[in-house]
Structure formats: structure tokens, C-alpha cells
Design a protein around this ligand. Structure first.
Ligand SMILES: [Mg+2]
Length: 248
């Protein structure tokens, strides 16, 4: 068993923004009884509470669980019966304003988002370590999200238009409709390195499981580290893979 197993969340452990299934919750808790597990995603910590932590069995060994919200811009650990923030690479209010302005300009320039169209929730969300722009709004139905940019073309246009305006930041593709902006150099590779340091592990002791490890995908940054990787196509494949780890 690897000394640390790190999972992407959306598309890997769950469908986009959906809660863990009972099967996945049970498999994760079985893994947690054997080895440290980390989960990294663009979402805020509050999203992890709803989507993951609330669904785990009460017996789950939370002391072995590490949560990396906002793509690694923050780290939380479970200590003394509560979740403790270990670090957060926070964006200032001024950074947030700069990023928001650039997002509005990039949406207009690329013609990818018409701000007067219907939106399901806010299009721009400030999550502390990250600002996220979601083309259809945070709560858009999954089927609409999946249909919006199946070949990544709109997101690549937005990413490019933002990167030229925000040279002091990291601009990455988030979920099916979203772009994430964080401090320069803060991405999933950064989060993975910080966690390995904290646990006294080598990067090569870690195994990363994600559904977007391909070029341009939102797990690609992990290739900058020495971590082992396992590409999966959806949560069902992740379930099978966890079972194989547990039976190894
Ligand atoms: Mg994913």
C-alpha cells in the first residue's frame, strides 16, 4: 500500500459537485484504516464538508484524512475532534478585484460567456486561496455543464485570455465550465509537495488518482512532481481501483 494516496474529487471520487455514494464512502473509510488519504479539488473547504466528510461513516479514521481545497492553496487536518487549517495561500481583496475585472474582460473578449444569459448561482466565486469563474454559474445542472465545452476549446480560450492579463497569478482549467485563478505557483503540484513535506514523505511515496491527467486537464500539474499516477475515467473506475488496492 502506498504511504499516501491522493484523489482528485470531481469526476474521480464523485460526479461533479455530487455527494459521495455510499459505496465510495465505505471504500474510502476502508482505505483510511490502512493509509493516509488526501483529497484535492478546486472547491472551497465548505464544499468538501458537504460533498465528502458528511457522507463518511462515523467510524472513519479522519486522523488519516487530509483535505486540500482550492487546488492545494490550503490544507486541513483533523486534530482534537475538529478540522484545523494548516496553511492557506490567500488572495487579498485587491487581488480578488484584479482577477474579477480580468475575468469579465476575458469573457467578453472571447465571446464564450454572455453575462446577461441565465446563470445558476454566482458566476464568480472568491474562495480565499482561489477565484473561480463558472460559465453557467456554480449550481448549473451537470448535463448542461458537460455539454457546454466538451472539447475544452472555450476553457482554453478563456485560460489564454486570462493568463495574458494576470501574469502574476496561476490560471488553470477547473471543472467542466470553470477557470481557477490562484497565487502564482499554487496548483495541485504545490499542494502535493506541501503535504509530502508535512508528512515527511518523498513525492515518490505518493500515488495520485485523477480523471484529468491528460494534457490540458486539471490534474496535469501533478506530472511536475515525482508522485506515481493512476488515470481513471470516472468514479466507477475509481471504485474498482480502490478495491484492487485494498485486496493487494
Ligand atoms: Mg476531476
Amino acid at each position: 500500500m502506498n504511504k499516501l494516496i491522493i484523489f482528485d474529487l470531481d469526476g474521480t471520487l464523485t460526479e461533479s459537485k455530487q455527494p459521495l455514494t455510499a459505496t465510495m464512502a465505505l471504500l474510502l473509510s476502508q482505505l483510511l484504516s490502512k493509509t493516509p488519504v488526501a483529497i484535492i479539488s478546486g472547491g472551497a473547504f465548505s464544499q468538501f464538508l458537504k460533498q465528502v466528510i458528511a457522507l463518511l461513516p462515523v467510524s472513519a479514521n479522519l486522523a488519516n484524512l487530509y483535505i486540500l481545497p482550492t487546488s492545494g492553496a490550503a490544507l486541513y487536518e483533523y486534530r482534537n475532534d475538529g478540522w484545523e487549517k494548516i496553511y492557506e495561500e490567500r488572495l487579498s481583496e485587491k487581488d480578488k478585484d484584479t482577477i474579477e475585472t480580468a475575468m469579465l474582460e476575458a469573457a467578453k473578449e472571447t465571446g464564450t460567456i454572455n453575462w446577461s444569459d441565465q446563470s445558476w448561482g454566482e458566476r464568480i466565486e472568491y474562495r480565499g486561496g482561489q477565484v473561480t469563474m463558472s460559465a453557467l454559474g456554480q449550481q448549473a445542472p451537470i448535463v448542461l455543464k458537460k455539454a457546454w465545452d466538451p472539447n475544452h476549446a472555450k476553457r482554453h480560450k478563456l485560460q489564454e485570455a486570462l493568463a495574458t492579463r494576470l501574469s502574476g497569478f496561476s490560471v488553470g482549467i477547473g471543472g467542466a465550465t470553470s477557470i481557477d485563478v490562484s497565487k502564482r505557483g499554487v496548483d495541485k503540484a504545490y499542494g502535493l509537495r506541501k503535504l509530502c513535506e508535512r508528512l515527511g514523505l518523498k513525492e515518490s511515496d505518493a500515488l495520485y488518482v485523477g480523471d484529468e491527467l491528460e494534457k490540458g486537464g486539471n490534474d496535469e500539474a501533478v506530472y511536475k512532481t515525482e508522485a506515481h499516477t493512476k488515470a481513471v475515467k470516472d468514479p466507477l473506475e475509481t471504485e474498482r481501483y480502490i478495491k484492487s488496492l485494498l485486496n493487494a
